[in-house]
Design a protein around this ligand. Structure first.
Ligand SMILES: *[C@@H]1O[C@H](CO)[C@@H](O)[C@H](O)[C@H]1NC(C)=O
Ligand SMILES: *[C@@H]1O[C@H](CO)[C@@H](O)[C@H](O)[C@H]1NC(C)=O
Ligand SMILES: *[C@@H]1O[C@H](CO)[C@@H](O)[C@H](O)[C@H]1NC(C)=O
Ligand SMILES: *[C@@H]1O[C@H](CO)[C@@H](O)[C@H](O)[C@H]1NC(C)=O
Ligand SMILES: *[C@@H]1O[C@H](CO)[C@@H](O)[C@H](O)[C@H]1NC(C)=O
Length: 439
């Protein structure tokens, strides 16, 4: 009976959408979805993203996504992952209160996102799908209560799908469709709240997403179009982590680029304006050995996992833009970029067996501009992962949040010429306390 009611509701919604498509659409405003992982607020020294700093870029974000909460494996209610910070220090309330200063901003609470690590219940995200409405209602009611209590504008599911192929693909897709429909119809969309999906990098949408039904129940989907290749996943080979296009002259997996993923969703058919291109705004660095070669041309072999040490942020192999600029300013390696390359690289070669070098790849100002232009032309906007990796102290050129603002600038004005200067050519700021010693 309940199902039938939903079906009727769904049908009427489709009619409204079909009608609206015939009208002249108002000028589409591109989305800038800014992810905020609270881990960046828990660092120390200049690497800490304080609330004062966090507020600076919000004028340039259309959405802020607070990450992350989890799911309880025993009863499927929403689980607070950092009780002290989120609740006792009231970061939930502090962040949603930013809306009084930025009334345009929609703030979502996100579930999952590779942060909900739970050894006792490693399969809970799939068990919740298996459990049907009976178990899902626990999740839905508790998520709704939390979102309402702290004044969020909606819920984002950065759902932890396994990265390996499930046995029952068709069933999984139906289950996830139903789950989204229950969330939308029982609580979120019916109460004017947003409901969005974030695909994690390297999750194959072919295995879990049956986009036809989902489209009408979600406000948007942020694609995990970054980290196709990482030092942790691929310790012995270094390559570009998130090229925009496949290059058929090079021997690479053809799905490991932004364009392929966008086309996959568009062909479902999924409304292209409901898609955001995920952009990982950090570099990735591998440790190299003397066997890795002299040129630095990818694919670089004989690497030795994530680069370590005080050069890099607390996550091995992940390098924030502040640190990238620092490395470039200090001249710690040779910077290469030309237009036939998919990204910039910095290579610190090692010639003897005792020492490790590093190979660092990042989106420079030109490749970021091209990603923003693509997002403007073909889809609904961008999703930035995340604010804590941008240059929020202004180490690159004194301007805080250089990368976010740069992406937004090309999203709004794609016709402007390529940037004249790149990161390594930016005017050097006055010397300050080095990030390297404090991370
Ligand atoms: C939230 O705001 C209150 C009041 O201004 C402050 O005492 C508290 O430290 C803030 N929490 C965080 C995590 O910054
Ligand atoms: C490689 O990096 C180290 C610091 O880790 C630096 O001392 C050295 O000069 C760098 N080598 C090159 C060729 O840039
Ligand atoms: C651009 O990069 C390619 C591949 O590494 C290289 O062969 C070529 O010489 C470079 N071109 C310039 C102008 O540096
Ligand atoms: C593909 O890679 C080759 C060899 O590195 C390069 O010369 C060419 O310009 C690239 N093509 C595109 C479209 O980037
Ligand atoms: C917002 O972004 C624009 C570029 O789109 C930039 O010029 C401006 O400084 C940014 N504002 C803030 C407060 O960062």
């Amino acid at each position: 009976m309940i199902k039938l009611e939903y079906f009727i509701l769904l049908l009427s919604l489709h009619l409204i959408v079909a009608y609206a498509d015939d009208e002249v659409a108002p000028e589409h405003v591109p989305r800038v979805v800014c992810f905020y992982d609270t881990l960046s607020s828990l660092r120390e020294g200049p690497a800490k993203l304080t609330n004062a700093l966090l507020q600076i870029p919000l004028i340039n974000c259309t959405h802020l996504v607070y990450g992350y909460v989890g799911i309880r494996g025993d009863n499927y209610e929403v689980k607070i992952l950092n009780e002290d910070f989120d609740i006792k220090q009231n970061q939930f309330g502090n962040v949603t209160s930013f809306k009084s200063k930025y009334p345009h901003l929609k703030i979502l609470l996100s579930v999952g996102g590779d942060r909900d690590i739970d050894e006792a219940y490693p399969n809970k995200y799939m068990e919740l799908l298996d459990g049907g409405l009976e178990k899902q209602i626990q999740f839905i009611e508790s998520a709704y209560a939390l979102v309402k209590k702290y004044g969020f504008d909606g819920l984002d599911l950065a759902y932890q799908f396994p990265r390996s192929m499930p046995a029952n693909i068709l069933q999984r897709k139906e289950q996830f469709n139903d789950f989204i429909e229950y969330l939308a119809r029982l609580r979120f969309r019916t109460n004017g709240l947003l409901l969005t999906l974030t695909m994690l990098p390297r999750v194959n949408p072919k295995w879990y997403i049956h986009a036809i039904g989902i489209d009408s129940n979600l406000d948007f989907v942020s694609l995990g179009t970054y980290d196709f290749f990482t030092p942790t996943q691929n310790p012995h080979e270094a390559d570009y982590t998130a090229p925009l296009y496949h290059n058929s002259t090079q021997n690479r997996e053809k799905s490991m680029n932004v364009d392929y993923q966008v086309h996959y969703w568009e062909s479902r058919p999924f409304s292209h304006r409901n898609l955001n291109m995920g952009i990982g705004i950090y570099g990735n660095a591998w440790a190299t050995t003397h066997k890795s070669g002299a040129t630095g041309d990818p694919i670089v072999q004989y690497t030795n996992g994530p680069a370590q040490g005080d050069l890099f942020s607390r996550k091995d192999g992940v390098v924030s833009y502040s640190e990238i600029c620092n490395i470039l300013h200090q001249g710690y390696g040779n910077n290469y970029y030309n237009s036939s390359l998919a990204a910039s690289i910095v290579y610190n070669q090692t010639l003897d067996a005792e020492h490790e070098g590093f190979w660092l790849t990042y989106d420079n100002l030109v490749t970021l501009a091209n990603k923003a232009r693509y997002a403007r032309r073909y889809i609904g906007g961008v999703a930035i992962f995340d604010l804590g990796f941008d240059d929020f102290q202004g180490y690159c050129n004194e301007k805080k949040f250089l990368i976010l603002n740069h992406i937004r600038s090309y999203l709004l004005h794609p016709e402007q010429p390529d940037p004249k200067l790149d990161l390594h050519q930016l005017p050097r700021p006055k010397p300050r306390l080095s990030l390297l010693t404090t991370l």
